[in-house]
Design a protein around this ligand. Structure first.
Ligand code: B1M
Length: 211
């Protein structure tokens, strides 16, 4: 791995925001592809943070400062992940489901969707079923995107799909889901229109649903 990517990786793990910001900029100055910086530097580091948490070497505060360092790096990376002058291809309302505060993956998916020309509304984290339903009712969404990182909150995706059916709004909107514990099979089982394992495949999925 390039030395600079290793520095970014270590910076995220150590939760050193300033270091991560500076090294992401340096990597871009060295013309490393933004996707490589993201995947091999930052996402790989968060996977390692998760592993350390599971092993009991890291606790919530370490996870939180690592997340802040990643977000600081993402802010530097964002303009480089976006492409200019792309026509809007649809409206997406996106949120992390009720009970779930993880938002890095959601933010990344939103960034990439914006980059692909979608008009994206951020519903935030801990989004109630009702708030998703309202986003569809108000006509603000061709696609609803739901993210969940906890096995305990995934079931709120199903509650949202069920509530949209009950409100007679299901046919008006496409529903896509993702997040670490979510699978293609789960998406099918709850009646969502699709699942994506990562941000770039979420963009491809969203595009395919708009044609
Ligand atoms: Co949490 N946490 N956390 N955490 N956390 C996980 C998810 C965990 C797997 C760690 C572990 O045990 N290994 C574990 C969940 C276990 C489980 O349920 N199976 C866990 C736990 C247990 C918890 C708490 C319960 C801990 C506690 O309090 N005891 C607690 C819950 C709080 C809550 O939400 N109510 C908690 C808290 C936190 C922090 C607040 C400290 C922090 C989040 C900060 C933030 O998001 N602002 C945090 C973090 C950072 C993590 C890990 C380490 C990293 C998550 C992350 O940002 N990954 C995580 C371990 C891990 O995932 N390896 C862990 C990077 C991000 C780019 O990836 O979000 O997967 P991800 O998104 C990807 C894809 O999944 C996909 O695209 C993204 C880009 O490629 N994707 C979509 C995501 N959403 C999508 C939507 C789509 C399509 C694709 O369409 C709509």
């Amino acid at each position: 791995m390039e030395a600079i990517l290793e520095q970014i990786f270590n910076g995220v793990i150590d939760g050193d925001q300033e270091d991560v910001e500076q090294n992401v900029q340096k990597a871009l100055d060295q013309n490393l592809p933004p996707a490589k910086v993201l995947n091999e530097g930052m996402i790989a580091a968060m996977t390692e943070v998760g592993r350390r948490f599971e092993e009991g070497d890291y606790y919530v505060p370490e996870m939180l400062i690592a997340a802040r360092a990643m977000q600081a790096g993402l802010a530097v990376l964002k303009p480089h992940l976006l492409q200019a002058d792309i026509k809007t291809t649809g409206k997406v309302a996106m949120g992390t489901v009720s009970g779930d505060l993880h938002d890095i993956g959601k933010n990344l998916v939103m960034m990439m969707l914006e980059g692909a020309g979608f008009e994206v509304t951020d519903l935030g984290t801990d989004v109630s079923v009702q708030k998703f339903v309202e986003a569809v009712r108000s006509g603000d969404a061709d696609i609803i995107g739901m993210s969940a990182l906890l096995t305990t909150t995934m079931s709120n995706m199903k509650s949202t799909v069920d509530a949209l059916v009950e409100a007679g709004l299901r046919e008006r909107v496409k529903i896509i889901i993702g997040g670490a514990p979510v699978t293609e099979e789960y998406a099918r089982s709850i009646g969502a229109d699709g699942y994506a394992p990562d941000a770039s495949r979420a963009v491809a999925l969203a595009k395919s649903l708009m044609v």
